[in-house]
Design a protein around this ligand. Structure first.
Ligand code: CP
Ligand code: NVA
Length: 308
């Protein structure tokens, strides 16, 4: 059984295959409707159950549409609809029921450990739809978007600017697995996970930490960013935003990157905070393509999980 829990847990070969499959499926896409079954897939007639403990627009829509386009079906449940998490039913009992009713599960939750626990109890594949620690599906679409515009990401110079959050952690794992150089530009207070940084170092990751974004974005081919305050972030968000002020991606910062550098954002965005409108709505921004590529990425991930 194949779970899609983190990029670090999947072989480089499998990740390359998933990426190629996402691109291939995009090339087959028909514009005549949103529910056209695209090519044969191991998801045909299968049921994807999506469990959300946090809000979502892109992840929910892209997985739902992906499954329909693959010829399968979906059920979405929010945590408020379930007994789980309210002291009414155990994870063990919930996992048994979920396993019997679905062929594959996607889970968006708070603690990463909850995802790991569930993965050990399920008898069907589990996909990480975002935890406080990582967001691997997002990085697949980011790598795809980069490659569509600029060619192979291998040895590319990329900067992450802002909070050392869940997506930054997955960007570090992506840098190792897809072999690109990543400048992580974050304040000292908001470093990415030490465990993931240590894993990257052990695996010859080309990761550099910068506390001055102006230095970190110099000559890069791509700048990536995300909201300064993530869902479920505890603490004083006003203070955090204040501490991150100098990490805003604005025209001045963009001008320090290569002149043809692209800008990516996980979305949703807070214009005027982590990025200015001039950048996110500007010529170098590929955020809408990046969001659309979630759909193609999800199809390849689902297919990988369900194939032998
Ligand atoms: N980027 C992303 O995962 O967006 P949603 O929170 O809308 O799913
Ligand atoms: N870092 C953000 C990503 C949202 C898709 C969060 O976790 O809220």
């Amino acid at each position: 059984m194949k779970h899609f829990l983190d990029l670090s847990l999947i072989s480089k070969t499998d990740l390359q295959n998933i990426l190629s499959e996402a691109k291939r499926r995009k090339s087959l896409q028909s514009n005549s409707g949103k529910v056209i079954i695209s090519d044969k897939s191991s998801a045909k007639d299968k049921l994807l159950l999506m469990l959300f403990e946090k809000p979502s627009t892109r992840t929910r829509l892209s997985f739902d549409i992906a499954m329909r386009q693959l010829g399968g079906q979906t059920i979405v449940m929010n945590s408020s609809d379930m007994h789980l998490g309210k002291g009414e039913e155990s994870v063990e009992d919930t996992a048994k029921v979920i396993s019997s009713f679905s062929d594959i599960v996607m889970f968006r939750t708070f603690k990463h450990q909850t995802l790991i626990d569930l993965s050990k109890l399920l008898t069907v594949p589990l996909i990480n739809g975002l935890t406080n620690s990582s967001h691997p599906c997002q990085l697949l679409s980011d790598v795809m978007t980069y490659e569509e515009k600029k060619g192979s990401i291998k040895n590319a110079n990329i900067a992450w600017v802002g909070d050392g959050n869940n997506v930054a952690n997955s960007a570090i794992e992506a840098a190792v697995q897809f072999d690109f150089n990543l400048n992580v530009c974050v304040p000292k207070k908001y470093l990415p996970s030490k465990k993931i940084l240590d894993w990257a170092e052990k695996n010859n990751g080309k990761i550099k930490i910068f506390h001055d974004p102006k230095k970190g974005v110099k000559d890069v081919d791509c700048i990536m960013s995300d909201k300064w305050v993530s869902m479920g972030d505890k603490g004083d968000s006003k203070k955090k935003k204040n501490n991150l002020k100098t990490f805003q991606v604005n025209d001045k910062l963009m001008s320090l990157a290569n002149s043809n550098a692209i800008y990516l954002h996980v979305l949703p965005a807070a214009r005027g905070e982590e990025v200015t409108s001039s950048v996110i709505d500007g010529k170098q921004s590929l955020v809408w393509v990046q969001a659309e590529n979630r759909l193609h990425g999800q199809k390849a991930i689902i297919d990988w999980c369900l194939s032998n």
